[in-house]
Design a protein around this ligand. Structure first.
Ligand SMILES: Nc1ncnc2c1ncn2[C@@H]1O[C@H](COP(=O)(O)OP(=O)(O)OP(=O)(O)O)[C@@H](O)[C@H]1O
Length: 361
């Protein structure tokens, strides 16, 4: 799967962009503020229905326009899809796949799996568990069709339980919710645990490649005491949950932790090592999808490799090449790309980005 054509209208400073893309590496070269990140953001938006930079979707609409339009042609083996997304300042979204209305954002996400590697992405390691749950759930979403529904139902039930906490007179009134919630919680957690265990060796192998000086280990925490029945935990925590007004333990608190030589990575690794670890995690997960599902995965790499030392940059480029993935890499100058040892291949494309205009070099 790769994006062979991309049309962008009025997305940030990209007012009119129409690109035929390489199935391999696409380099975006331009000065600060020229629109490189915006292009990656537009691709991400097309695959997720949201930005990786701003939660306020109006921010991405060009200042002088009232809507943006994104269009992509997605190719995989002998199949081809056209995907279109339009969003207005009033908040109306139109989403089409092969010209058909009524599609969901999750349909888009299934079509376009992608991994983003940006400096902000370090939150995967030094941010809260939310980021690591999102990392795990990305894999599950692409691995198991039913995961998304289970997780969405679980979130809905949790919301209802939290609202009910303030209304019920005693625990017996809440019990029916908890029985349903517990079933889903075990289902989701078991899926996460199995996936985390399958991904673990891939992560450890990839970390060996990038950070051979460290022993990186990973562990999954389901969000409540291991081996305990979740419905019992909910019952025991009822008074506490009622006091605070929400459900304090459960799959909504799950985590996937990383340690280096037995210590939390965020405490002991240098910034460069953390960046390498983040690359390793995203690569391992993308590659796992490629091998397990025979699906391709896009890699969006922003302003990142420039901060790694030359050997590590070369390793990153080599691994991405080996994966056969479609890759988008931003750089300020061609020189910077040369220094990065991103070995050029005939199928690669280089684009120059200047004040929102993008041309093939
Ligand atoms: N809604 C918007 N409408 C128009 N322009 C915008 C909007 N939001 C941001 N911009 C501008 O778009 C430009 C593109 O920024 P972008 O982050 O894509 O640059 P970049 O090439 O990645 O730069 P850098 O190398 O500094 O990371 C910036 O000049 C920014 O001020």
């Amino acid at each position: 799967m790769s994006l062979s054509r991309l049309i962008i209208n009025n997305f940030r400073n990209l007012t009119a962009v129409d690109l035929e893309l390489s199935h391999g590496f696409n380099f975006l070269i331009g000065e600060n503020g020229s629109g490189k990140t915006s292009l990656l953001e537009a691709i991400f938006y097309l695959g997720h229905g949201r930005s990786f930079k701003s939660h306020i979707s109006n921010r991405v609409i060009n200042y002088e326009r009232d809507h943006f339009v994104l269009f992509g042609r997605v190719e995989e083996a002998k199949h081809e899809w056209s995907v279109g997304l339009q969003k207005t300042r009033q908040g109306d979204t139109t989403l089409k796949i092969n010209g058909e209305d009524g599609k969901k954002i999750s349909d888009l996400a299934h079509l376009l799996p992608m991994q983003v590697i940006t400096p902000e992405g370090l939150t995967l390691l030094n941010g809260g568990p939310t980021y690591r749950r999102a990392f795990l759930d990305w894999g599950l979403f692409h691995q198991h069709n039913e995961f998304y529904n289970h997780w969405a139902n679980l979130k809905r039930l949790l919301k209802q339980r939290n609202a009910a906490l303030a209304q019920v007179r005693n625990y017996a009134e809440l019990r029916p919710w908890d029985i349903e919630l517990a079933k889903l919680a075990h289902l989701v957690s078991d899926m996460r645990a199995v996936y985390a265990e399958a991904l673990r060796p891939e992560i450890e192998k990839t970390c060996q490649f990038f950070l051979p000086e460290l022993e990186i280990t990973v562990s999954f925490h389901q969000g409540w005491e291991k081996e305990s029945e979740y419905s019992e935990i909910l019952m025991q925590g009822f008074e506490r949950d009622r006091t605070v007004g929400y459900t304090m333990v459960g799959p909504q608190k799950a985590d996937f932790r990383f340690r280096a030589n037995g210590l939390p990575v965020e405490d002991v690794l240098s910034r460069g090592q953390l960046k390498l670890l983040m690359c390793a995690l995203r690569l391992a997960q993308g590659e796992y999808l490629i091998t397990q599902k025979s699906r391709q995965c896009l890699f969006l790499i922003d302003d990142f490799a420039s901060e790694l030392d030359p050997t590590k940059r070369a390793l990153l480029a080599e691994r991405l090449r080996q994966s056969g993935s479609q890759v988008f890499v931003t750089a300020i100058t061609q020189d910077q790309l040369n220094q990065m040892h991103w070995q050029g291949q005939q199928s690669d494309k280089r684009f120059s980005v200047t004040q929102g205009k993008i041309v093939l070099l």
